[in-house]
Design a protein around this ligand. Structure first.
Ligand SMILES: Nc1ccn([C@@H]2O[C@H](COP(=O)(O)OP(=O)(O)OP(=O)(O)O)[C@@H](O)[C@H]2O)c(=O)n1
Ligand SMILES: C[C@](O)(CO)[C@H](O)COP(=O)(O)O
Length: 239
């Protein structure tokens, strides 16, 4: 089984709105629904779980019913960090009957422009190699900030990757990694791929992301970009 695990347990401080950004309505549709729809319509996704900010579970279920997200099977409570939220989701999937061999695509709930190709390639690479991470090669000149100056770094930009999501693993491997991280007090890794990296996993295979999937709704200007992008699309499920 291929399961999408969407993270929506954050409070969205940098967005500075009254409600968490994953529930902000864009053209009358909550952000999390756009993201859910990308996985709902993908033929290889069998089920979806969302790790949700405490107190928003009923709203999430109601929106999912309203927008016909029939693959949503589990809603789990978020934690106090991204890592903690993902761990809650993985433990929930395990208790919810998922097998260790099931493929889990961990994806930011506020990264709504993930494409069918990116989801398909995550599943294919995970099946082949065990680990898949979405990202983009840097095309900018990258320098290191030191106080208020910038200095050269030694790694060529072609070898640097800006990670996006999904990050895709077998459930058994990812849950083992999260449990080990907890035992070894490895906390606040910003992503599953960096958690795996911190534990010494080196063969995480790159899935080429996209600039569109690079849009993680973080600040108000990202909302303007998102609106502009969906308003110029003709083939969206909304129209
Ligand atoms: N404790 C947390 C923190 C974050 N996330 C989720 O992880 C994704 C990426 O995190 P980010 O964009 O940093 O979201 P927030 O933590 O909500 O934002 P901020 O740091 O501005 O508060 C989001 O979908 C967010 O809901 C989560 O599930 N649990
Ligand atoms: C998971 C992530 O989106 C990969 O790029 C990123 O690490 C999330 O970082 P944030 O600090 O939680 O926004």
């Amino acid at each position: 089984m291929n399961v999408a695990l969407l993270t929506a347990g954050g409070t969205g401080n940098r967005m500075g709105q009254d409600i968490p950004k994953q529930f902000m309505a864009i053209d009358n549709i909550p952000v999390i629904i756009y993201t859910l729809q990308a996985f709902q319509t993908h033929q290889q996704i069998d089920a979806i779980a969302v790790v949700c900010l405490k107190g928003w579970e009923v709203a999430l279920q109601a929106y999912s019913n309203q927008f016909n997200i029939t693959k949503l099977r589990w809603i789990f409570e978020g934690g106090d960090s991204n890592q903690h939220s993902i761990r809650n989701g993985l433990e929930g999937l395990k208790q919810g009957g998922c097998a260790d061999s099931d493929i889990v695509l961990v994806h930011d709930g506020v990264r709504p422009l993930v494409s069918e190709r990116i989801i398909s390639e995550n599943i294919a690479k995970c099946k082949e190699f065990g680990y898949a991470v979405t990202g983009m090669i840097c095309k900018e000149a990258i320098m290191q900030k030191v106080d208020d100056t910038v200095k050269n770094i030694t790694i060529p930009r072609e070898e640097l990757v800006r990670t996006q999501t999904p990050h895709t693993y077998r459930l058994g491997d990812l849950i083992d990694a999260h449990r080990r991280a907890e035992r070894e007090h490895i906390e606040n890794t910003v992503a599953s791929c960096t958690l795996m990296g911190a534990l010494g996993i080196e063969d995480q295979h790159l899935v080429m992301g996209s600039e569109r999937n690079g849009l993680k709704l973080t600040q108000t200007e990202d909302i303007e970009l998102f609106k502009a992008l969906i308003h110029t699309e003709h083939d969206t499920w909304l129209k």
